[in-house]
Design a protein around this ligand. Structure first.
Ligand SMILES: [Zn+2]
Ligand SMILES: [Zn+2]
Length: 342
C-alpha cells in the first residue's frame, strides 16, 4: 500500500510499504480521510522522544472496513477510528479515563496510523481500539474531525464548564474554533477568542464570538468590558506558544477555571504562580490530553446529529502523495484544518 512513512525526524517519505495484516479479533480499515494535527507537524519535523521509526503518523482517521476478524463489524462498514488503544482493565480504563491507560497505545504514535491506504485495528488483546459507526450522510471528512472535537469535549468536561459561563479562548486555530463552538453548545454566554493571525481571525468570525486581535487590543480591557468587570469563568489555552502567566490569571472571575489544552515548549512550560490568588479566588487549573473512546463516540454523535456544525473548519484538502503541502499549510497557520484524502 501507499503510506507516508516517517523514517527519521524531518524524513517523511510517501512510498509503497507492505499491507498491514488483519489482527486476530480486529480489522483492517481502508482510510478515506485523515486530519493533520499540529502534533503531526511537530513529529514529522522534529520527531518525538517516544517515537519508534519508521512510523506512519495520523490519528484523525475515518474509513471503511476492508477486512474483519471481528463479529461487531463487517466489510464495508463506514467508521471513525478513536486514536487511543486501551487495556480495558486498569483503574484509568475502569474510570473511563482510558486516555490515561497505563498500557495505552495511540494510532500514529505507538501504532501505525492513518496517513496510509490501510490501518490495522486491534479490537481484542492487550490493547484494544474502538471504532464508531458513521451515520448515513456523514462525510469521511467530517468524521475525521471527531477526534479533535473529542479532545475539546474532554478539556471542557475537565474544566467543569457551566451554562452561562463566559469563556476566553487563547488561540483561534482549528482547536480554538472548535472550543468556541462547543462552549456555545454548553450554554456559554460570552465567548471571546484571541488570535494574532489575521486570516484566522477572519475565519473565526464564523463562530460569531467576540474575536480579539491581541496585537492591537488589550485583553484585560476587552475581558473587563465583555464580562462587566467580572472576569472570565473559563480560560482555555489553545495555542501551542502561550503558557499560563500572571496577567492571564488576572483575567479570571472568582471560581474561574483554566484549561491547559495545548502542550507548550519547555521555555513557556515553567511558570510563576501567585498561590494566594488561586486560593482566595478558588481558581482551578486543569490539564487535558487527548480524548477517550467515550469522547470520540460523543463527538461523532454531535457531528452527525447536526448539533455541532463543523462546516467550514476544513480549509485545505490534499492527497496522500502531497502530504508535505498539508503539513506546511498546517505549520503556516494561514488557514484552519487540513484533511488528507486517501
Ligand atoms: Zn489531533
Ligand atoms: Zn488501561
Amino acid at each position: 500500500m501507499l503510506a507516508a512513512l516517517l523514517i527519521a525526524p524531518g524524513r517523511l517519505e510517501v512510498k509503497e510499504v507492505p499491507d498491514p495484516v488483519c489482527p486476530q479479533g480486529g480489522l483492517i480499515v481502508k482510510v478515506k480521510a485523515c486530519g493533520i494535527c499540529t502534533s503531526d507537524v511537530k513529529m514529522s519535523k522534529k520527531g518525538h522522544r517516544a517515537l519508534v521509526y519508521p512510523r506512519i503518523l495520523g490519528h484523525e482517521v475515518s474509513g471503511v472496513v476492508e477486512e474483519s476478524n471481528n463479529e461487531q463489524f463487517k466489510e464495508g462498514d463506514r467508521v471513525q477510528l478513536a486514536p487511543g488503544l486501551r487495556c480495558g482493565d486498569c483503574i484509568a480504563c475502569k474510570r473511563r479515563a482510558d486516555n490515561q491507560c497505563k498500557s495505552r497505545g495511540i494510532f500514529g504514535f505507538t501504532h501505525d496510523g492513518g496517513f496510509a491506504e490501510y490501518v490495522a485495528v486491534p479490537l481484542e488483546g492487550p490493547v484494544m481500539g474502538s471504532l464508531n459507526p458513521l451515520a448515513e450522510g456523514l462525510s469521511f471528512e467530517q468524521a475525521a474531525l471527531a477526534e479533535p472535537v473529542a479532545c475539546c469535549i474532554n478539556a471542557q468536561e475537565l474544566a467543569g464548564f457551566l451554562p452561562e459561563d463566559s469563556a476566553l479562548i487563547i488561540g483561534g486555530g482549528p482547536m480554538g474554533y472548535l472550543h468556541a463552538l462547543l462552549a456555545r453548545l454548553k450554554g456559554a454566554e460570552r465567548i471571546m477568542v484571541s488570535e494574532i493571525n489575521q486570516r484566522r481571525r477572519e475565519l473565526a468570525l464564523k463562530t460569531e464570538c467576540r474575536i480579539i486581535d491581541a496585537k492591537t487590543e488589550d485583553l484585560f480591557h476587552v475581558v473587563t468590558e465583555e464580562t462587566k468587570g467580572r472576569g472570565v469563568d473559563a480560560l482555555i489555552l489553545a495555542c501551542s506558544e502561550v503558557g499560563l502567566n500572571e496577567s492571564l490569571l488576572k483575567l479570571l472571575a472568582p471560581r474561574g477555571r483554566v484549561s491547559l489544552f495545548s502542550g507548550v515548549p519547555a521555555d513557556v512550560s515553567q511558570v510563576r504562580l501567585d498561590l494566594n490568588f488561586v486560593h482566595y479566588g478558588e481558581i482551578r487549573i486543569v490539564g487535558s490530553y487527548g480524548s477517550t473512546a467515550t469522547h470520540n463516540a460523543e463527538a461523532i454523535r454531535m457531528i452527525s446529529s447536526g448539533e455541532l456544525s463543523v462546516e467550514g473548519l476544513v480549509t485545505n484538502i490534499v492527497d496522500l502523495d502531497r502530504i508535505w503541502e498539508g503539513l506546511e499549510y498546517t505549520a503556516s497557520r494561514k488557514g484552519m484544518k487540513t484533511v488528507v484524502e486517501v
